[in-house]
Each structure stands twice: as structure tokens, then as C-alpha cells.
Ligand binder design. Structure first.
Ligand SMILES: O=C(O)CCC(=O)C(=O)O
Ligand SMILES: [Fe+2]
Length: 341
């Protein structure tokens, strides 16, 4: 399963960084906040104003020239990044990062249409990835001293993202995000055949349910839907698409073979082992953005010890679909085209 670079990088020049700073300032005067849907409806023309080299690089990435890419050298933030908050709710209340988020949003819009889930972080389009006390051992972006295992972002959902963007605000300890591409994995025919069968359940990760219970209240329709998906998951295939160059969909801690077939479970474990052997560690530091193709690559994060003193690792996350969601029945989005559940 070869034919694509795993990982490519783009270093912005000083003049490109200046262009980006000016662009973010100009877009900032339009008065829309990149955590809200209105921003994306308004800001589309600004994508044309991104530096040409950066736009061409992202367009090449959208054409699947690589499974993951890293953009370095974004302009220094103004104002400087505040201490890392203790919780995403605290981060949400603070809009001093809006200028950075504007740059993340414009990169995302070069790849497609950003959207999010009603069930996560109050449906804000851009989310905070930071360690939260009490979550150390969970399989989510708020854990720390456990390995965040390889996953497709929202792999349980048919409307999962095509691309996932992670922007670094702070990463003093250089804690890597992990990425592995299906194109770097060789599986035998039998395993491939087992993994192509729609014979796996991927349950919604508990973060969707937990946050909705806490914030949406027990009667929220999104909570009902997530619970239904937990109780009655649709069987899906792990490998799909082109015979020689398949895509993948995986989140091992939330997966099982639908009919309890031990051979299917073993094939899945061998795929996870092969992905682990193909692992790339990518440090998303301040002033950089990692983009992952959510069908070609899985991602995760290495363990670390959180300090909870304002100096911890802090990333911003945004997901993108290639197609406009407006009026797209396949994605049926009663909460509005950019906030799905
Ligand atoms: O912290 C990271 O580098 C990755 C986080 C992640 O995968 C997530 O929040 O879904
Ligand atoms: Fe993730």
C-alpha cells in the first residue's frame, strides 16, 4: 500500500508570515469570531489572499500528495498567548486567541468547509486540546499520562472529517502528535479481505456522550442520537475504497468485530501493530499547523505529565469536509449546516 509521501512540510518565509499577519488583522476587523459558523460564511474571499505558495501547498495536500503535513513559521501571536487554561470552558471564554484561530480557519477553508459537532465543546467550531485534571487516563485530547491511541477522528461517524487541523499555541516539552499512514502498511491478502468486510462496530467515543450529558441536558436530541449509536452501531469496514490504495477507519479502544469473529479481531490487531511500526512523531509547536488526511492516516499523542500551572501543551483543533454541507441531505444537519450531530 504505497504511492504517497507520508509527511510533507512547508516553511513560511518572513514575508509570507507578514502577509498572514496583515490578513488576520484585516479579517479581524470584520467582527466575526472563527469559533462561530458566521465567520466561515463571511471569510471565504479571504482564502484567495493567502500567500500563493501556502495555498498551492495546501491544494496539493488536498489532492492527497501526502497523508499529513506541517506548516511552520506562522507570525508570532498578538497579544502573546496567555497561560494555558485549566479547562476548555475557560479557554472558550477567552478570545485573545481569535487572531491565531483566524489563520487556522483560513488554512482549513483552503481544504474545504469546516464543521463541528453539537456534542463537543458546546458546538464551537474551533476546539481546545489541553490537559484537564481528572482526565489524565482518558482516550481524548484532554488526557496526558496515557498514550492517546491511534484513531480516525470521529471514526464512528459517517460524516467524519476529511481533514483535521491542529495548531500549536504552546508545546514547551515538545510532546509529539503521532501519525501513521495506511499507505505505509503491508497487510496480507487474508487480513485485507477481513478488514474490508463491513463487520466492525466503532462506538462513539465517550467524550461526545459525556460532554452532552454535562452541558446539553438529558433531553437533548444529540444525546439521544449518540446513545443510539452506542447501543446499535452500524457494522462498518475498516478498509474501504480503491483495492490497491484503500482508506481506513479505526479507533481500536472503541472497536470490536460485529459478530465476535476472532479472526477479524486478530486482523484488526495486526493492522494496529503495523500502523504502530509505521508511526511518525510530529511535534506541533507554537507557530505551526499540522494537517492530517483523516482517511489516509490515523493519529494520536504520546503520553506526558501535565503540570496544570499554565505552561502545559495547548493546541487548537478544527475539522474540515471537502463538500459544502449546506443542503447536503447525506449529512442532514438539523442544528445548522456547520454544527452536526
Ligand atoms: O494532542 C494531540 O496531538 C492530538 C489530540 C487528538 O487527537 C484529539 O484531540 O482528537
Ligand atoms: Fe484526534
Amino acid at each position: 500500500m504505497t504511492s504517497t509521501d507520508t509527511f510533507v512540510e512547508y516553511e513560511l518565509s518572513a514575508s509570507e508570515a507578514d502577509e498572514l499577519r496583515e490578513l488576520a488583522e484585516r479579517v479581524g476587523t470584520w467582527g466575526e469570531d472563527p469559533v462561530t459558523a458566521a465567520f466561515y460564511d463571511r471569510a471565504r474571499p479571504a482564502v484567495e489572499r493567502l500567500p500563493n505558495g501556502l495555498r498551492a501547498f495546501l491544494e496539493g495536500f488536498a489532492a492527497e500528495q501526502a497523508a499529513a503535513c506541517l506548516i511552520h513559521g506562522l507570525p508570532e501571536p498578538e497579544p502573546p498567548v496567555r497561560p494555558t487554561p485549566a479547562h476548555w470552558r475557560e479557554a472558550a471564554a477567552d478570545r485573545s486567541t481569535a487572531g491565531r484561530e483566524t489563520l487556522l480557519a483560513l488554512c482549513a477553508m483552503t481544504l474545504g468547509e469546516p464543521y463541528t459537532w453539537a456534542t463537543l465543546q458546546s458546538g464551537r467550531l474551533i476546539q481546545d486540546v489541553l490537559p484537564i485534571a481528572g482526565d489524565e487516563k482518558r482516550q481524548n485530547g484532554h488526557s496526558s499520562d496515557t498514550l492517546l491511541e491511534f484513531h480516525t477522528e470521529d471514526g464512528f461517524h459517517d460524516s467524519r472529517y476529511d481533514f483535521l487541523l491542529l495548531m500549536g499555541l504552546r508545546n514547551h516539552d515538545r510532546i509529539p502528535t503521532t501519525v501513521a499512514s495506511i499507505r505505509d502498511v503491508d497487510l496480507d491478502e487474508t487480513d485485507q479481505e477481513l478488514l474490508r468486510r463491513p463487520n466492525f462496530h466503532i462506538l462513539p467515543d465517550d467524550e461526545h456522550v459525556r460532554q452532552m450529558e454535562a452541558l446539553g441536558g438529558p433531553g437533548h436530541p444529540a444525546l439521544h442520537k449518540m446513545r443510539r449509536m452506542q447501543r446499535h452501531p452500524e457494522p462498518v469496514a475498516v478498509l474501504f475504497g480503491d483495492e490497491k490504495h484503500p482508506y481506513l477507519r479505526l479507533d481500536r479502544p472503541f472497536m470490536r468485530s460485529a459478530d465476535g469473529d476472532p479472526a477479524a479481531e486478530r486482523a484488526l490487531d495486526r493492522l494496529v501493530d503495523a500502523l504502530a511500526a509505521a508511526r511518525r512523531d510530529i511535534v506541533v509547536e507554537a507557530e505551526s499547523v499540522l494537517v492530517v488526511n483523516n482517511h489516509l492516516a490515523v493519529h494520536g499523542r504520546m503520553p506526558f505529565t501535565a503540570r496544570y500551572d499554565g505552561t502545559d501543551r495547548w493546541l487548537k483543533k478544527l475539522g474540515v469536509g471537502r463538500e459544502p454541507r449546506n443542503g447536503d441531505a447525506r449529512h442532514g444537519a438539523p442544528a445548522g449546516p456547520r454544527v452536526l450531530f
